[in-house]
Design a protein around this ligand. Structure first.
Ligand SMILES: *Cc1c(COP(=O)(O)O)cnc(C)c1O
Length: 394
């Protein structure tokens, strides 16, 4: 199929929910991707933060092949070993209580929201169900997680949305205090707002908000769908904020490319969702859990996480050293970085970077977002930075 034929078929048969870049990607190796015409690209996207071990990772492919030969899916009506191993790896890595596996980030957040509401219902009865999220946040595309998302542009068309959400300004304790009332059961936030623009929260704010919630038995929920699984240089980003949440959600990087999410609760909340209160057909299947086990065994070591921080610092400094007036600053942590550029210039820069063999993402209105595979090599970073020099220097 030529690119034009592929494009025509796709436009005929697929709903136009995405404006795609004009290339068809065919294969990858580490942090390098090739399109159907054989042109190579440094992948600074990881498929939106998913392929943390890069493309064609030997260990991951071995684990998946081995599991596919055994059994891919049996449903949650039976015990399977990969699910138990993945859950243990997560829980013991950070002193949490128990895990529920889902298939995506939005579903993980749905589970987190359900858990928080039931915790409050069981303890305080009806009416204490409000969840406060932050302005500029992003929590998913289901009807409930759209409403949890603190951006007006997501609250259109699909009425009626789920009730019981309110939005506080990020880094503003007074606003959080004002909005938290007797009906509030939880506060939910991303440590670094990803889709919102790669906006890290202030450490002092997060610590104060966590303490404030703890004192009122308002559950503190952290959405680590994008920031989790080593992305920022610790297994979970909240660790670098010196706090521990009541519930944490994750997805994207967890399966290294296969769809899996999870909601993980502290011991106090671990048994809120009992038999019959929550479920999923695909969630926790042995295929995806085998991937998660491999990802966690590679990513969750002090050496690997240290390297993520070092590579992140290296990339950030290299970008800043380009010294272009088009680069207004670099935000983020580890290998989750946002380059602030002019809103009007951004689309042109992204297209030009692709032309020069570098794939990047955007976030917010004026940010180029970088989420490279965590295994990206220094050589691949240098190649990407040389291309950036040409593009930003023009
Ligand atoms: C991507 C993302 C989601 C949604 O995840 P899906 O897998 O697309 O449903 C939720 N929260 C955050 C912070 C995300 O970055």
């Amino acid at each position: 199929m030529t690119f034009q034929e592929l494009k025509t078929e796709e436009e005929t048969y697929l709903m136009h929910t995405y404006n795609r870049f004009q290339i068809a990607l065919e294969r990858g190796e580490g942090a390098t991707l090739w399109d159907a015409e054989g042109k190579s690209y440094i992948d600074l996207t990881s498929g939106i933060g998913v392929n943390c071990l890069g493309h064609n990772h030997e260990g991951l492919i071995h684990a998946l092949t081995e599991q596919a030969h055994k059994v891919m899916h049996v449903s949650n009506l039976y015990y399977t070993e990969p699910m138990a191993r993945a859950a243990k790896a997560l829980v013991t890595s950070c002193g949490m209580g128990k895990v529920f596996f889902s298939n995506s980030g939005a579903e993980a957040n749905e589970g987190m929201i359900k858990l928080a509401r039931k915790y409050s219902f069981d303890k305080y009865g009806e009416g204490r169900n409000k969840i406060i999220t932050l302005k500029q946040s992003f929590h998913g595309r289901t009807v409930t997680t759209l409403k949890a998302t603190g951006q007006d542009k997501f609250h259109q068309y699909f009425f009626p949305f789920t009730e019981g959400f309110d939005y506080a300004a990020a880094n503003d304790m007074d606003d959080l205090r004002a909005k938290a009332d007797a009906s509030t059961c939880a506060v939910m936030m991303e440590m670094i707002q990803g889709e919102g623009g790669v906006l890290p929260l202030d450490k002092a704010y997060v610590q104060e908000a966590r303490k404030f919630c703890g004192e009122r038995d308002i559950l503190f929920l952290v959405d680590e769908v994008q920031t989790g699984i080593g992305r920022t240089g610790s297994l979970f980003c909240y660790e670098q904020y010196g706090i521990s949440p009541d519930i944490v959600s994750m997805a994207k990087g967890l399966g290294g490319g296969v769809p899996i999410g999870a909601v993980m609760a502290s011991a106090a909340c671990a048994d809120v969702l009992g038999a019959g209160t929550h479920g999923t057909t695909f969630g926790g299947n042995p295929f995806c859990c085998a991937a998660a086990c491999t990802v966690l065994s590679v990513v969750n070591t002090p050496e690997f996480l240290k390297e993520v921080r070092e590579k992140g610092d290296y990339l950030r400094k290299a970008i800043l050293s380009i010294g272009s007036s088009k680069i207004k600053g670099v935000r983020g942590m580890g290998l989750m970085l946002g380059i602030a550029v002019g809103a009007d210039e951004r689309a042109g820069l992204v297209a030009n970077l692709m032309e020069h063999g570098v794939l990047v993402l955007t976030a917010g209105t004026d940010t180029i977002r970088l989420l490279p595979p965590l295994v990206i090599t220094y050589e691949e970073i240098d190649t990407a930075v040389s291309a950036m020099k040409e593009v930003f220097g023009e």
